[in-house]
Design a protein around this ligand. Structure first.
Ligand code: MG
Ligand code: ZN
Length: 370
């Protein structure tokens, strides 16, 4: 009787102590490592190349010393969607198109956020889509279909994420079940802001932060987002780097993909240039903090985009000096995507790899400390 009472007391106490704190006592990596994974959704080699020909003439892509390619297929299709593509990167397993954090038997996969959280690291996700959209969701949620964004919001509340920034307020406060998930976030220790990123961010390492700055996605005009992606990346790094055990951060240039789907070259290129600014923030941190690995890749290519010459003509001298971007599809393609790496453990990413290898290599860097 007494024993039973004691067990139930212990059980109650365990509910009060965050799982992360319990785990932290048991597991430690050899060294603190920070990994910043930047995903350009739909960013194939041509999309990346546009940063070399448009904008102000400089870009951060070319600062990455180690480069390779990733084959982005899913378990079911040669051409993946962003859910299976994100899950492959986040969990190291190929699954069916549409799945978030589940395998082909619909069983939950452990993602990199869950893995490193056991070791007491901090984690974050930043996106210009809703934070419950397929790519960021793959890093904290487990749902059968990507469009279950209200369920994904629930998973975010329960997750180990310490910092997030993106859109998607409606999936928290205008839910079919009528529940108020902004309040749930606060109950789970989040400081929630639905207006804007602060000009000055003095984060409290004991707190978690959630920025939901649009009903669904953020503005489709990058210039109207007030440098959101780079600023949110900087804020995430400021907050997460206060954890001496290290951190994992995923940053997504979400709308490169939408420029591709819309076959809108100007939209696409502006999104690549916006994503490039976030790369610079990550690189600047990694240059000063040598225990940091920065990886840039894509979940797949979108649009069959090319930086083509306007027409096939050798007679007109100017033809080959004028790029007239073209698209081959309104959907995704199977083309290999770039993998760029800088910093601790970066040389592992050279050469050809599967999307799932990127997860394995990130994990290995955390475990081995190099
Ligand atoms: Mg995406
Ligand atoms: Zn897409």
């Amino acid at each position: 009787m007494k024993y039973k009472f004691l067990v139930s007391i212990l059980f109650l106490v365990s509910l009060l102590v965050p799982a992360q704190l319990l785990a932290q006592k048991n597991k430690k990596f050899k060294k603190p490592i920070n990994v910043i994974l930047l995903i350009g959704d739909g960013m194939g080699t041509s999309q990346m190349s546009s940063a070399f020909y448009y904008g102000n003439g400089t870009n951060s892509f070319e600062e990455f010393p180690f480069t390779g390619f990733s084959n982005t297929s899913s378990a079911t299709h040669k051409i993946t969607d962003s859910a299976a593509g994100g899950t492959a990167l986040a969990s190291g397993t190929r699954t069916y198109n549409g799945a978030i954090g589940l395998n082909t038997d619909s069983l939950p996969l452990q993602n990199i956020v869950e893995f490193v959280s056991q070791y007491g690291l901090s984690t974050g996700v930043v996106a210009t889509s809703s934070i419950t959209h397929a790519t960021p969701a793959s890093f904290y949620a487990h749902t059968k279909w990507r469009n279950m964004e209200e369920d994904i919001a629930k998973d975010l509340v329960k997750s180990e994420i310490d910092f997030f920034a993106g859109g998607g307020i409606k999936f928290f406060n205008q839910r079919k079940d009528g529940l108020k998930y902004l309040d749930s976030l606060k109950m789970h220790g989040f400081e929630v802001d639905t207006t804007s990123l602060p000009l000055q961010f003095k984060s409290d390492p004991a707190k978690k932060y959630g920025f939901l700055l649009a009903s669904k996605e953020l503005s489709k005009t990058a210039s109207l987002r007030n440098n959101f992606l780079a600023n949110a990346t900087q804020m995430a790094i400021d907050h997460l780097s206060k954890n001496k055990n290290g951190f994992f951060l995923m940053v997504e240039g979400s709308q490169i993909d939408w420029g591709g789907h819309a076959n809108d070259a100007e939209y696409l290129i502006n999104e690549v240039l916006d994503f490039d600014k976030a790369l610079k923030v990550a690189l600047d941190f990694a240059k000063k903090n040598k225990n940091t690995l920065v990886i840039v890749t894509a979940d797949h290519e979108t649009g069959g985009f090319t930086l083509a010459a306007g027409k096939e003509s050798y007679e007109d001298e100017d033809t080959y000096n004028n790029i007239s971007p073209t698209f081959a599809t309104g959907g995704h393609s199977a083309t290999l995507v770039p993998v760029l790496a800088f910093g601790k453990g970066a040389s592992k990413f050279v050469g050809f790899q599967k999307n799932t290898d990127i997860f394995d290599k990130m994990k290995e860097t955390f475990v081995k400390g190099e």
